[in-house]
Design a protein around this ligand. Structure first.
Ligand code: SF4
Ligand code: SF4
Length: 422
């Protein structure tokens, strides 16, 4: 990715499509989006107001597409956006936006601020103003196949561990399987128990499934950095794998943005519908349970609460499924304040967790999650996104809160009744 100011500015101009123009022209400067954004509420700094983060894009919009803006530009009253300004803006466009979409929910005129930030990121990335952490992750995703550099051998090592622990042989490249499982690198490296949990549940449910050697990674760094071409390549890789194996359904893992990237954005990115369905793992498990394909026994003893991953719940619409599943295993489940579609982000989505320079701000923004959690009195936090899980664990560690964070799939598998058919 080479730096080129002209290209960046011209991309910014190209980014201003009809929705962006209408969003800027309809903004009534009410400031409601500020109160919805954790980076503003937890710092009190007005520069973190969502609509303010878009200032360079707004300037280009005004200078190019409004009469007053053109005059102002002609008279030298409105200066063109410069290279150094874009560099200055980088922390606002990347470090302080998790693409969580909470601001878009409250905007009285319906501005999709996530869409606007994504468009701005596109111009920033192409002009060489993306954070190093995201550039490295995107490069690894394209060249190696995974943003964390995970190779097939690491997946095969996890498959071997599952075989040793459970006796279950996980199929690889099994053509004609009903389901193809993809995983995030975070799960492969940090939470190998996820794969074992799936293997046990699939066996109990009697379903055919497979991993794909050419498409095991779900993470889409292209969406995070804001480069559609990269996002398209990564979606296409999964599509090619799924179509080669002729599976019916691709299962998106416990990862928020991977789900929205593949399920809701993927067909537009590649310009055609898929020949298979995409479901989040929790949708699959809830469906299995409703069909009576597995049973659970016993309950978690202590109070549990659930962190709704933004991309899965607010932007992905998977709200009931985690709750249905939690009720199977939790006697004392309490919701956080603002749970569901207005839940607060963990602070590390949208690529923020991969930006080293953003760490202090992220920990500051985490105070809202800390407070939500404290109010519940929960002894364990359950979630369904490996990235949220890591970010929350780091936040809890920082604030010296000793609350375990677990994935919902493995929590469910802990209570799975195996052997007898329901
Ligand atoms: S998407 Fe989330 S993090 Fe980004 S500006 Fe809106 S509320 Fe803030
Ligand atoms: S909530 Fe909407 S209208 Fe109000 S300042 Fe934010 S973007 Fe503008």
């Amino acid at each position: 990715m080479t730096a080129s100011l002209d290209k960046g500015i011209s991309v910014l101009k190209e980014m201003i499509d009809a929705p962006i123009a209408s969003y800027f022209s309809s903004c009534v400067h009410c400031g409601l989006c500020a109160e919805a954004c954790l980076f503003y509420t937890e710092t009190g700094d007005p520069k973190y107001t969502p609509i303010h983060k878009l200032k360079p894009l707004r300037r280009v919009y005004q200078q190019e597409y409004t009469l007053l803006g053109r005059f102002a530009k002609m008279l030298g009253l409105s200066k063109p956006v410069t290279d150094s300004e874009l560099e200055e803006w980088k922390p606002l466009v990347y470090d302080s936006c998790t693409l969580c979409g909470r601001c878009s929910m409250v905007c009285p005129v319906g501005n999709d601020i996530v869409y606007m930030v994504r468009r701005l990121r596109e111009g920033m990335a192409i002009s060489g103003h993306a954070p190093d952490g995201l550039i490295g992750a995107s490069r690894r995703a394209v060249e190696i196949g995974s943003p964390m550099g995970v190779k097939l051998a690491a997946v095969q090592a996890q498959m071997k561990h599952v075989r040793q622990d459970t006796g279950i042989e996980i199929p690889l490249d099994a053509a004609g399987a009903e389901y193809m499982l993809i995983m995030s690198s975070m799960e492969i490296i940090n939470f190998p128990e996820y794969l074992g949990a799936i293997a046990r549940i699939m066996k109990q449910a009697g379903k055919s499934w497979t991993l794909c050697s050419e498409a095991f990674e779900a993470t889409n760094s292209g969406i995070q950095i804001g480069v559609s071409d990269i996002a398209r390549v990564l979606v296409q890789r999964i599509v090619d794998g799924a179509e080669k194996l002729k599976v019916k359904t691709v299962i998106s893992p416990e990862c928020g943005h991977a789900y929205t990237a593949l399920r809701w954005e993927g067909p537009n990115l590649i310009g055609r519908p898929y020949t298979f369905d995409v479901l989040h793992i929790l949708e699959v498990l809830d469906g299995f349970h409703k069909e009576g394909l597995f049973k659970t026994s016993g309950f978690e003893d202590e109070r549990l609460t659930f962190h709704d991953p933004c991309q899965l719940v607010r932007r992905g619409g998977v709200f009931d499924e985690p709750r249905n599943l939690l009720k199977l295993v939790a006697k004392d489940f309490v919701e956080m304040s603002d749970a569901g579609k207005m839940n607060w982000c963990c602070g590390g989505g949208g690529g923020v967790s991969a930006i080293e320079e953003a760490e202090q701000l992220r920990l500051q923004a985490f105070k809202i999650k800390k407070s939500q959690l404290e109010q519940t009195g929960a002894k364990t936090l359950v979630t369904a996104c490996a990235n949220c899980r890591i970010v929350i664990e780091e936040g809890l560690e920082h604030y010296k809160m000793h609350i375990p964070v677990v994935g919902l799939t493995e929590t469910l598998a802990d209570h799975l009744v195996e052997g007898e058919k329901p």
